[in-house]
Design a protein around this ligand. Structure first.
Ligand code: 5PN
Ligand code: ZN
Ligand code: ZN
Length: 268
């Protein structure tokens, strides 16, 4: 905790409709929002929380989300800014397996991949209305494989030494590095809290709450497994923020993101 540094890695933007961002409220219309990953450089190892979207996959399967991702907004590009390579990462934690949170997992061939056990089950057997979010995972064959899907032989998979670790319940992964269960958006969704020496803890909601505006209105997004559980998880985030005096960082908030430290700057 004492030497921990947190970097936000800009992964570009996507567009969804206002009625998807604010369920049954809108207003409708194009909403462009950021996607980002979190690098936690902790004395016990280097952790990445979420890995953004894969540009080619979105162009192929969801081009209507109009991805904008510059070369330096890929994970190798973002890591290079702070002097790291993908091989330097020890753990990849995914809040959940929607395409915009695990698109860059493929870069981390040396890391141990961590998610909630319910998330592996969910991505292999999504509800029909979850298909777009879980997508086809063709960009993350190692996840599809861990989820028990049968895949065509792929030499790229032989590059991997992946270890998958599935968790359940709240967990302290390393000192001051917490995963809190926040289900509803998906079955096995985790939010992350990082305690730091020199500032308030950072609480990353991931998709349990897209933005400050969602929180202010207690309005969930329309992509969810269970809306009632989603709302409970939003309340849980509020309660956790109060209990730990933590600052909430939202997953897809165009307004807040402008004020977040990026571009190689860090929180400590
Ligand atoms: C950005 C985005 N686009 C579509 C979906 C979806 O169908 O479930 C989650 C999601 C997204 O986060
Ligand atoms: Zn999601
Ligand atoms: Zn998302």
């Amino acid at each position: 905790m004492s030497d921990t540094k947190v970097y936000l890695l800009d992964g570009g933007t996507l567009v969804i409709d206002g009625f998807h961002a604010f369920w049954n409220r809108g207003p409708g219309g194009e909403l462009r929002f950021p996607c980002y990953s979190v690098l936690i450089n902790h004395p016990d190892g280097r952790y990445i929380f979420d890995t953004g979207y894969d540009f080619d996959h979105v162009m192929r399967v969801l081009p209507f989300e109009k991805p904008i991702q510059e070369k330096d907004q890929t994970l190798p590009g973002q890591l290079a800014k702070i002097g790291f390579k993908p091989e330097d990462i020890n753990y990849v934690i995914n809040s959940h397996y929607h395409f915009d949170h695990c698109g860059g997992n493929k870069y981390f061939t040396k890391a141990c991949t961590i998610c909630h056990g319910a998330e592996l089950d969910a991505c292999s057997h999504p509800q029909p209305f979850e298909h777009l979010g879980y997508s086809d995972l063709s960009f993350a064959p190692e996840i599809a494989k861990a989820a028990g899907k049968t895949l065509p032989a792929d030499p790229a998979l032989d590059m991997y030494t992946p270890k998958f670790e599935t968790l359940k319940g709240d967990q302290e992964l390393a000192k001051g590095l917490w995963l809190f269960e926040t289900p509803g958006h998906t079955a096995g969704h985790y939010s992350l809290m990082v305690e730091l020496e020199g500032r308030r803890p950072m609480l990353f909601s991931a998709d349990a709450c897209y933005s400050q505006k969602n929180m202010d209105m207690m309005c969930i997004s329309s992509f969810h497994l269970d809306p009632v559980a989603s709302l409970k998880s939003m309340q849980r985030l509020k309660d956790l923020a109060a209990k730990y005096d933590a600052e909430l960082f939202y997953s897809h908030d165009p307004d807040s993101f402008k004020n977040y430290q990026t571009g190689g700057n860090f929180y400590a």
